[in-house]
Design a protein around this ligand. Structure first.
Ligand code: PLP
Length: 375
């Protein structure tokens, strides 16, 4: 397919070679176990401490703490399970556009998880959130930037509501960190989760940036990460994530306007060619992420056809138990099932060119017209 046809940066970002080089170099040089008390262990411990400190400084939150995990799925589990397991009756307020790694609480604790509706624009109203909070609320969990629609919440306003009520706020920051200019010390959260492969680091590396205590270990073992996450630390993975974050953060000034322009170009071309298309993404959302719903079509079928034409995109719907399930974040915006099933997500990044966007738009138009004729 090649870098040119890759339009799935929200699923994973091609790693920066510089980050992989750092991974290899550090794995070979500081190979010791950070828990060992000999010189090799100490060297690995120093590398880990340095990467942790550097990462926190890079996200603009040198005073925070960072619990290293195997990615954001584990990090979200750690934050939410800690809150729900702390008492027998504390309740979770969960955003209705939550990623499956937070949504599982609806199945595990159905009687203790309440939903925060998003509006038809995908946004959570701070006033609405205030009405949902109660003495029983153990945690509020929201998605900073939605992985399917790219909608970015007003974290400052939502955090202020939680702060006033003294309720910890968990933010799934996976699609925001490295894609939006952020200074985390300015944002009012208790826990902010991230994943390195979403900004050009390696997979299996993520964590929680914490402003307060209150987490309890979900993976127990040798007491690593101050007892909050057992398992030998992925020292090189965190060091590589820091390199990737640094490179993506430095590119933002040029990349944000460039990707926004490309997203506007694609949106305009598709709206002109296919008048009944619904656009779920917003111009001020995640740069370069566009979400379309084509009513009465099946997103997954469009993805397959686009793949044959050399383009990697993704569908919001998923096949669960043999039946197509519509995109939840798109349904949460008030779309019907027939509209939401026809959702595709196109997400761009550092290798995306204007020429490729024009070719993708032409291919998408052909595919949609063909599927409409068959429907
Ligand atoms: N949260 C959001 C919003 C995501 O987009 C993803 C990845 O798709 C995750 C969590 C899970 O991240 P990971 O792949 O590190 O488990």
């Amino acid at each position: 397919m090649g870098e040119d046809g890759y339009f799935d940066y929200a699923a994973t970002v091609p790693p920066y070679p510089e980050a992989l080089k750092r991974f290899e170099e550090l794995s070979l040089r500081a190979f010791g176990n950070p828990s060992s008390s000999h010189d090799d262990g100490r060297q690995a411990r120093e590398a880990l401490d340095g990467a942790r400190k550097g990462f926190l400084a890079r996200v603009g939150f040198a005073d925070g703490s960072l619990v290293l995990t195997s990615g954001a799925t584990e990090a979200n589990n750690l934050a939410l399970r800690s809150a729900l397991e702390a008492s027998s009756d504390g309740r979770l307020l969960l955003a209705s556009d939550a990623h499956p790694s937070a949504w599982f609480t609806r199945e595990t604790w159905p009687k203790r998880t309440d939903l925060i509706k998003t509006g038809t624009d995908g946004l959570i109203s701070p006033d609405w959130l205030a009405t949902l909070l109660s003495k029983k609320t153990a945690m509020v969990s929201i998605v900073h930037a939605n992985n399917e629609t790219g909608v970015v919440q007003d974290l400052k306003a939502l955090g202020a509501v939680c702060e006033k009520a003294g309720v910890p706020l968990h933010v799934d920051g996976v699609q925001a960190l490295g894609r939006l200019p952020l200074t985390l010390s300015e944002l009012p959260f208790a826990y902010y989760t991230f994943s390195a492969h979403k900004f050009g680091g390696s997979r299996g590396v993520g964590g929680i940036i914490a402003r307060r205590e209150g987490l309890s270990a979900q993976i127990r073992g040798g007491g690593q990460e101050k007892g909050l996450r057992g398992g030998t630390e992925n020292v090189a993975g965190l060091a590589a994530a820091l390199v990737a974050l640094d490179l993506s953060a430095r590119s933002l000034e040029a990349e944000v306007p460039r990707l926004r322009k490309l997203a506007a170009l694609l949106t305009g071309e598709i709206q002109a060619a296919i008048p009944d298309v619904l656009v779920n993404s917003r111009p001020e959302g995640v740069p370069g992420l566009v979400s379309f719903s084509f009513p009465n079509l099946i997103g997954e079928e469009i993805v397959v056809e686009m793949n044959l034409r050399g383009f990697a995109i993704s569908a919001g719907s998923a096949c669960g138990s043999g039946r197509m399930e519509p995109s939840r974040p798109v349904m949460a915006m008030g779309r019907t099932r027939a509209q939401a099933l026809g959702t595709v997500r196109i997400s761009m990044g550092r290798f995306t060119t204007e020429d490729a966007v024009r070719r993708l738009a032409a291919a998408l138009r052909q595919v949609v017209e063909k599927q409409k004729a068959l429907a």
